[in-house]
Design a protein around this ligand. Structure first.
Ligand code: BG6
Length: 621
């Protein structure tokens, strides 16, 4: 995961890179480091822990001013989160500095080779080997322009695994070279007020959004050289020239800032009505039909689908679980939902008439990417639902539906999740439309309901004071259970995940009907149990059964926290705490019932004194 920044240009590269690292810290905060190239010398500073630790080091021992620098914020894989293992790593001759995101799978073999050549390693990372190999390859590369890029290509041809590498060489002022394989990297191209060109590298555009919106997408297995005089040159690993795709970033710098909120997560929760509206924008036709022109699958291909898999990780997986209910109901196509890390290992049955929907906020989650590639190898059609433009997953998919939620910085996903659910509704309804599974007026009625979702979420957000007070009162809870039926079940899973990842409280989500088959045993006097109640207008039996479940847990001493729609009186006698949400059609209800659970987890974590945006042990792809 890790965040990478590089800069070449007239500004003070130290400041530009540190600013970029601040924006990328959500990608990892086990350590941070920076290397600057000034007067033919490389100087590095690095420190375990959050970026603030590095900033303290720099305040005491400033680096020399420079116009070329690279930086890194780490999520540890090989080697613990120590100063020694922090990036950048410098080659034994002190001439090459390198930062890395990903895992070099054959590093042990390469390390042994370097050690046989007399190189002493100073860290336990897989990355360090890349620095030493680069120094050796540079020595052998022909002198002249492009020498460092040639060295990088030679090294990349030997590396296995996934990696983004950015390197600088003491003999090459004004030049940075980077490479990517199955790990993200974007190039930013800007100019200062006086028209001087400047170049940026970043794991994502947040790294340089304060300076430029002009970006270049890099493909798989490509090497890019950015040079103050020669500009940008892209090749593949064999040296063949490649024309990169230019695009304009549609996020602005303010969107990547906290905007007055204590936490990015709070800001992102508040942005949910807008995120949903933006995801719907331009996709709901004036006659109540769906317009998904960007889905590059022909009507015939969509009609031929006989099975759907939804594949994703974490919160995005929960969006997939919700998608199953809607897509099966509207299209009658069987849908299986699977965590991406399991998908390719169990040899799922896929063929040309299978649609695989991959859902990913970042578009870079490795397990999801690998699942996508597996699906394509098996000739399935792949549709990506993704938030990050220009990322790998949409690029490698047959079709893409972007969620337009804007940058999501907090590690725990909120607005991306709601917009993923909405995007899944759009896909399901579009399939129903193309395949003629619903009458036009039926589709128009659901489209009308979708249009109301941003307002419904805004109304939930207006009434969160009591949820916050409740959160403060739950800060010492040992275990919290979440129960739901039908679409309320994935919402329960998401509520439990949010509490675990933010507040480090043991939490579990269950299908409420499973309660009596085991989980009910953990309920003790005062155990908080959050119940997501379906609308009384859903299937009568489902609502009634959930109301019975509330009574069952309460009878065993549970403190019941009930999320129910406005006007549902049946739950009132059994709710110790009642959280109201607006009346919403059954299948769309997760978009509103999830919101109080996000606020609750955020408040509990804050009360417990934890870093809400950067929970321990986690990072964003
Ligand atoms: C995890 C994040 O690492 O990745 C979750 O903590 C996220 O918030 C999951 O849902 C999947 O990420 P993505 O980018 O593929 O949706």
């Amino acid at each position: 995961m890790c965040g990478i920044v590089g800069y070449v240009g007239p500004q003070d590269a130290r400041d530009v890179v540190l600013e970029g690292l601040r924006r990328l810290e959500y990608r990892g905060y086990d350590s941070a480091g920076i290397a600057v190239l000034a007067d033919g010398e490389l100087t590095t500073a690095k420190k375990a822990g959050k970026l603030a630790n590095l900033e303290k080091v720099l305040a005491e021992r400033p680096l020399p001013a420079a116009t070329t620098a690279i930086g890194h914020t780490r999520w540890a894989t090989h080697g613990g989160p120590t100063d020694r293992n922090a990036h950048p790593h410098v080659s034994a001759d002190g001439r090459v500095a390198v930062v890395h995101n990903g895992i070099i799978e054959n590093f042990a073999v390469l390390r042994a080779e370097c050690e046989r050549a007399g190189i002493e390693f100073t860290s336990e990372t897989d990355t360090e080997v890349a620095g030493h190999l680069l120094a050796a390859a540079y020595a052998e590369a022909p002198e002249g322009e492009g020498r460092l890029a040639e060295a990088m290509r030679a090294v990349c041809r030997r590396l296995e695994g996934a990696f983004t590498l950015v390197a600088t060489h003491a003999a090459e002022p004004g030049t940075l070279v980077a490479a990517r394989r199955s790990s993200p990297l974007v190039v930013g191209i800007g100019e200062t007020a006086d028209g001087t060109p400047e170049y940026f590298l970043g794991s994502d555009v947040a790294a340089f959004i304060g300076h430029t919106r002009n970006a270049l997408e890099l493909g798989q297995d490509q090497v890019v050289e950015i040079d103050r005089t020669r500009g940008v040159t892209v090749t593949d690993f064999s040296g063949r020239s490649v024309e990169p795709t230019a695009y304009t970033v549609d996020w602005d710098a303010a969107a990547a800032e906290k905007g007055g909120y204590d936490w990015f997560m709070l800001k992102e929760i508040a942005e949910q009505p807008q995120a949903i509206a933006d995801t719907l924008l331009g996709r709901l036709g004036e006659h109540g039909n769906l317009v998904l022109d960007e889905v590059r699958l022909s009507d015939q291909e969509l009609r031929d689908i006989d099975k759907i898999f939804v594949v994703s990780c974490g919160t995005s997986y929960h969006a997939g679980l919700i998608a199953k209910y809607a897509i099966e109901h509207w299209t009658r196509i069987p849908v299986e939902v699977e965590v991406a890390s399991e998908f390719r290992y169990r040899d799922p049955v896929l063929d040309r008439s299978t649609l695989v929907i991959v859902i990913s906020q970042s578009g870079e989650t490795m397990d999801t990417l690998m699942a996508l590639r597996h699906a394509k190898e098996q000739k399935a059609r792949v549709l990506a639902i993704c938030n990050a433009n220009g990322s790998t997953i949409p690029r490698e998919s047959d079709a893409v539906l972007y969620t337009h939620a804007g940058p999501e910085i907090a590690v725990a996903s909120t607005k991306a999740f709601l917009s993923q659910i909405v995007a899944c509704y759009l896909v399901g309804l579009f399939l129903a439309q193309v395949r003629g599974m619903k009458f036009e007026d039926e589709i128009a009625a659901i489209v009308d309901d979708l249009r109301k979702l941003p307002d419904a979420v805004a109304r939930v957000l207006e009434s969160m004071d009591e949820v916050r007070a409740l959160g403060r009162s739950l800060a010492d809870a040992g275990t919290v259970l979440f129960l739901g039926r039908h679409v309320g079940f994935p919402v329960a899973l998401e509520g439990a995940l949010k509490l675990k990842e933010l507040a480090y409280i043991h939490a579990e989500g269950f299908a409420a009907g499973e309660l009596k088959h085991g989980p009910i045993a953990v309920i003790d006097q005062g155990t908080p149990v959050v119940v997501i109640v379906p609308s009384p207008r859903s299937r009568e039996s489902v609502h009634g059964k959930v109301v019975s479940n509330i009574q069952e847990v309460r009878a065993r001493g549970a403190r019941t926290i009930v999320i129910a729609e406005d006007g549902d009186q049946d739950v009132v006698p059994y709710a110790d705490h009642l959280i109201r949400v607006p009346r919403t059609p059954t299948l769309l209800a997760p978009v509103v019932t999830t919101v109080p659970l996000q606020v609750l987890a955020c408040e509990i974590a804050d009360t417990r004194g934890y870093d809400v945006d950067q929970p321990r042990n986690l990072a964003k792809s």
